[in-house]
Design a protein around this ligand. Sequence first.
Ligand code: ADP
Length: 305
Amino acid sequence: MRVLSIGECMAELAPLAAPAQYRMGFAGDTFNAAWYLARLTPDASVSYFTAVGDDAISAQMLGMIRDNGIDTSHVQIVSKRSVGLYLITLDKGERSFTYWRGQSAARQLAQDARALSGAMDQADLIYFSGITLAILDAKGRETLVDAAKAARAAGKLVAFDPNLRPHLWDSPQEMTETIMQGAAVSSIALPSFEDEAQWFGDGSPEATLNRYAQAGADTIVVKNGAEAVRYRAGRDEGTVIVPQLASVVDTTAAGDSFNAGILAGLAKRVPLVESISLSCRLAGHVVQGNGALVPVDQSLVDGFA
Ligand code: ADP
């Protein structure tokens, strides 16, 4: 199975214990999912679709993506641009994020419609998110949604995490409308209940599930933090209890790693409840570590891969 993840990877500056000392890393929602997926399914081909600049940090990012077993042959290079950056600030253990991504090359990832559909042609499973849509201009959003629609019509799986981030959108209305356009062309929807309740007014995970089913998804998995995961796949419907954890260190990339488990299950064609169990184990491990990319212990994957 060939998987194509589409979106933006950014440089990350995370504070170290000493004052004014930072470690540079790379992360971004669709990239994090690709990173975990490459670990869960070393035999699947995972490709990342984005645009980077032509400077040293862009080259470093590309090298890091490749070093992690992710194909970069569809990454576009935009001259005189660079990658986005975010800085993590810690205040009494609470993390806050400051972004510099308005001019990032990734905002142009959907400018070349042929490059995008060409990359999709070479994939069996396509993954993108509400953040991928948010960073594009109106034309880019249309290009991405149209390409995903055509890919689905051609028999490919299209997975979508709405990943609602109001600060990336001009208005809540623009966000909710565009998200539902993304959902309408997707076969698999992976929403998080808390965000959906806040921005779509859903009264329960069931309401979220029904809304994405009505939009056209055949498979819907509703994440809900430590609460049970609600799912539907055709006529198969139910809940999976999330294992309780003694401590949660950092919830960054909980949803992204969870999604990687679902994508891995699709790649390996295992029943959805098994993928959800793997997703819960993986995300549970990720929230007990620091940062977006937490090394994965092989024992988590044993019996699945
Ligand atoms: P997102 O990061 O997209 O908001 P959630 O917060 O719903 O997503 O978390 C995604 C998954 O991460 C959950 O379905 C669960 O498996 C795991 N998870 C998140 N928070 C916890 C927690 N406090 N305890 C156990 N598992 C958690």
